[in-house]
Ligand binder design. Structure first.
Ligand SMILES: [Zn+2]
Length: 251
């Protein structure tokens, strides 16, 4: 498919190329992951410039580009729509945003658009910028990543016997990679995490929670942190190499 296109995209990574240019990887509407060469993007801007400033990771742009043979397309014009400036003044929030960009970069391949996930990513960045409920927002985002990648475990039934997971407070539950949750009747070998019902109920509700409700949702910290252990272990399990940004996070 050749031709000229106009789209909106979130810049995931930039690499300087030659004296004045950049190669950027974006997650774009209707296109998914795109690699673009932006000639002259690092040249001082004039009114006539196609690019008003170098591309910045974690910013949202209006982008025109031309498809070339091969994987590197040619960006012809771009305009910054939203720079999420608040994120850049809050290190823990910025590191969370960086993890989100790393995951988009590593879990998805060119030619595989995920417009809903892109919309959710922008919502996540906007809410992260507001500075409330960072850990809950991060868990909510991992649910979206798992769902878009087809990696979501069942929150409803046992991965062993496929019966509904018990709802009484007393029954034992465990989580084990990579399959998910197990009831007490299904024997589980080592390496599993004990799961109580507060945790299961939180994860279950979180998987479809409205974004706007996440920052003020009252969930005990320890439940949120255990939720993070489970969600992040699911994502890491599917990556050959966990993203470097995972190590820097302020859990
Ligand atoms: Zn079972």
């Amino acid at each position: 498919m050749k031709g000229s296109f106009r789209t909106r995209g979130l810049v995931l990574r930039t690499t300087d190329y030659s004296e004045t240019s950049q190669v950027i990887r974006v997650f774009a509407r209707e296109h998914g992951v795109l690699d673009l060469l932006a000639k002259g993007a690092r040249r001082p801007a004039r009114n006539s410039s196609s690019f008003h400033a170098p591309f910045d990771p974690g910013s949202w742009y209006d982008i025109s580009f031309r498809k070339k043979a091969g994987d590197l397309q040619l960006a012809t014009e771009a305009r910054l729509v939203e720079g999420f400036r608040h994120l850049r003044h809050d290190l823990p929030a910025w590191l969370d945003a960086t993890l989100a960009m790393d995951l988009l970069r590593t879990l998805f391949t060119p030619g595989d658009p995920h417009d809903e996930l892109l919309r959710e990513t922008l919502q996540y960045f906007k809410l992260l910028s507001a500075g409330q409920g960072r850990r809950r927002l991060r868990n909510r985002y991992l649910h979206s990543i798992l769902a878009a990648s087809g990696l979501q475990p069942s929150w409803e039934s046992c991965s062993g016997c496929e019966k509904p997971l018990p709802v009484s407070q007393e029954s034992r539950l465990a989580f084990q990679l990579p399959s998910g949750f197990f009831c007490g009747n299904c024997s589980i070998s080592g390496g599993s995490i004990f799961v109580d019902h507060a945790l299961l109920n939180y994860l279950r509700a979180d998987s479809g929670q409205e974004w706007g409700r996440v920052p003020t949702w009252e969930v005990p910290d320890e439940v949120v942190l255990k939720g993070w252990d489970i969600l992040s272990s699911l994502v890491s399990h599917h990556l050959e190499r966990p993203p470097r940004s995972l190590k820097y996070l302020r859990v």
